[in-house]
Design a binder for this molecule. Sequence first.
Ligand SMILES: Cc1cc2nc3c(=O)[nH]c(=O)nc-3n(C[C@H](O)[C@H](O)[C@H](O)COP(=O)(O)OP(=O)(O)OC[C@H]3O[C@@H](n4cnc5c(N)ncnc54)[C@H](O)[C@@H]3O)c2cc1C
Length: 434
Amino acid sequence: MNDFPHTVAGIGVGPANLSLAALMAPLDDAQTVFFEQKPAFSWHPGLLFETAALQTSFLKDLVTAADPTSPYSFVSFLVAKKRFYRFLSANFGSVLRSEFAEYMGWVAERIDALRFGASVRDVTYGDGMFLLRHDKGAVRARHLAVGSGSRPRMPEWVRADEKAACIHSSRFLLSDTDLAGKRVAVVGGGQSGAEIFEHLITKGDGMPSHIAWISRRPNFLPLDESAFTNEWFTPGYVAAFQEVSEQRKQRLLAHQKLASDGISDSTLTGIYRRLYDLHYLQGRPDVAALMPGREVVDMRHEAGGARLTLRNDFSGAVESVPADVVILATGYEWYLPDCLDPLTDRIDVDGDGRLRLDARYRVSWSGPGENRIYAQNAARHSHGVADAQLSLLAWRSAVIVNDIMGRAVYDVGGEIDPIQWTPGLSETAVPAAV
Ligand SMILES: Cc1cc2nc3c(=O)[nH]c(=O)nc-3n(C[C@H](O)[C@H](O)[C@H](O)COP(=O)(O)OP(=O)(O)OC[C@H]3O[C@@H](n4cnc5c(N)ncnc54)[C@H](O)[C@@H]3O)c2cc1C
């Protein structure tokens, strides 16, 4: 075992813990180590389509919101890669996800504290330290940073014996299933479902014989990126959100779905134009069926494939769709990684098994306050819609760094909020009429 006690040890190196590692890196008085089970950094490779674009500004990178002078910013990457002016001239509406993934991989190569190909096996606690056993040894650390992400969500109607006919979207580009000439159903009306549908209808010779795109939502609805909606993705809103009751939080999150899970306008337009092309210019009006407002309620195996039963919320009818392959663009769910099993009876979770986190992203647990567990992207239910996104990555990491170090390493102070979320404005604060 490496007996050297670290200030903080991280589980997982996705964007969240990579951001934390990047903001910890300049600190001489901290020793950090972050473990990642994958052999090298990658970002959702199963959905890294050539044209897929970020749904967030590139300024919301790993570090800039906390430290615009950091050598780990997206702009530093552009300069180092000698593509700064070309990037500006290209005038991208949104940065391609492949370029943002390359940027994060570039940062990962520059931070010494990252250990790839090292899955954390288990974490125990004793003598004022966490002990992390991983594939290549063990380390001790005063604090823990859990950034292990979320896992693919499998709908209840996928029974074990039907799994072979299904591909979760997270594995779409990694799967070697040949879809050419097959009947394919894509289930899920968010960005991943849209990108997969667009990819399938654009394949030319390799196209499936038929593609059904099924969504529970009443239509294929756009991402809301308007100015006041973006206020939900600010530190000020996170602070206000934490103050409201549990019941209100869940109601607010339901209203905010399209701010994080809607489909990019460029993807919707691309799909619409391709369908126009297929219908009128290619003479293939029957190649795809767009089926919003449908809830899949059952999936059965039948000769040569599967059959999905759908409840149509628009007409009230029950429909069925045959498919050789079902693509599940059904999202992800947060989970506590298995390696934390030895600590689970000390970790405080709510009735739905979700962590209880405070404003500094400390997990509530029964251990001493000098040893803290921080969790990233685990607090959508308590801290708001921005939590599982890139938007507040750098700010949240800075909050955690400050708490770990016990001093204001980064300025995480708020800006002027244009919206008054809480009743803070008393009559005396309203300027008198002149
Ligand atoms: C296709 C796609 C596109 C997205 N695009 C955007 C976008 O444009 N804008 C936006 O704001 N958000 C976007 N998101 C949402 C969110 O930003 C990403 O999901 C992001 O990757 C979450 O980062 P993370 O670090 O929390 O988790 P992850 O990226 O899932 O990383 C967690 C890491 O932990 C590792 N790990 C897990 N357990 C262990 C263990 N025991 N030991 C070692 N390592 C472990 C995993 O291998 C993984 O690499 C997107 C999500 C998806 C799926």
